[in-house]
Design a protein around this ligand. Structure first.
Ligand code: ATP
Length: 248
């Protein structure tokens, strides 16, 4: 079943058309990734889904309902939560206060104990640093905090914009492992990445965006092995875990 469905979505900044008639879908329980070069339209697509940018054309459905014109804050209430590019943590607030902010749209704000426990279980570093201000955290810890904060709204769909940006490979690997763990708890994930190799390796399906349009789509593994994707986005690098050889 489709949790999220974009049909012919276009977004313009003034006279610049950033994305043009994009159609993508994300099924319940999937990890889907949007990959593409700088300026391909990945962030704009995320903003359209979270409701930060209005559409100039097209439709967005969530759980079958038309949310094209729904306000961004009401989309959070519906279950769409975005981890923005650049993380957007509040530097002067503590880790715990930042997490608390993530629950602003919840009606049951008095019952956040289990949610804090869940986030601290996923990210023990955040528990250790819960009384520290976010501004004192490392880049990787801030990314963890941004993800934790998004989880505090109990999303059905988690949108992540370039979580690997500026982080060391070991931290990126940790973040991707945690995304998989979050997905296994039943949260559907839509991940935007320039790090196409990593993103396609964990994704059920992927979309390759080129200058505002969908150029290719398919299972993550298949895209990872696609000659065109390899040549353009992976610098010809071989997939880290090759598929098992055919028997017989
Ligand atoms: P990046 O990886 O650099 O974030 P992206 O794939 O996310 O790239 P977008 O940021 O969505 O791409 O940009 C898509 C197009 O829209 C680009 O041509 C960009 O220059 C343009 N664009 C993005 N934001 C604005 C803006 N605020 N005003 C005008 N043009 C914009």
């Amino acid at each position: 079943m489709a949790l999220l469905e974009l049909t012919d979505v276009s977004v313009e900044y003034g006279r610049i058309r950033a994305i043009s008639e994009i159609s993508i879908s994300v099924d319940v329980g999937e990890i889907v990734t949007l990959v593409g070069a700088n300026g391909a339209g990945k962030t704009t697509t995320m903003r359209a889904i979270s409701g930060i940018r209005p559409l100039s054309n097209g439709k967005i459905r969530f759980e079958g309902d038309d949310v094209t014109k729904l306000r961004a804050d009401l989309r959070v209430v519906r279950g769409i939560s975005q981890v923005p590019e650049g993380r957007g943590c509040f530097p002067g607030m503590t880790v715990a206060e930042n997490l608390d902010m993530g629950a602003y749209a919840r009606k049951d704000r008095r019952k956040l104990g289990p949610d804090f426990d869940h986030v601290y279980e996923l990210f023990p570093r955040l528990q250790e640093r819960r009384t520290q201000t976010a501004g004192t955290l490392s880049g990787g810890e801030q990314q963890m905090l941004a993800i934790g904060r998004a989880l505090m709204s109990r999303p059905k769909l988690l949108l992540l914009d370039e979580p690997s940006m500026g982080l060391a490979p070991m931290i990126v690997a940790q973040i991707f492992d945690i995304l998989r763990a979050i997905n296994e708890t039943g949260v559907t994930v839509l991940l935007v990445e320039q790090n196409a190799a990593k993103a396609l390796a964990i994704a059920d399906r992927g979309y390759v965006l080129e200058t505002g349009s969908v150029a290719l789509t398919g299972p993550g593994r298949a895209l990872l092995e696609d000659e065109r994707v390899r040549a353009v986005y992976l610098g010809g690098e071989v997939a880290s875990e090759p598929p098992p050889p055919h028997k017989g």
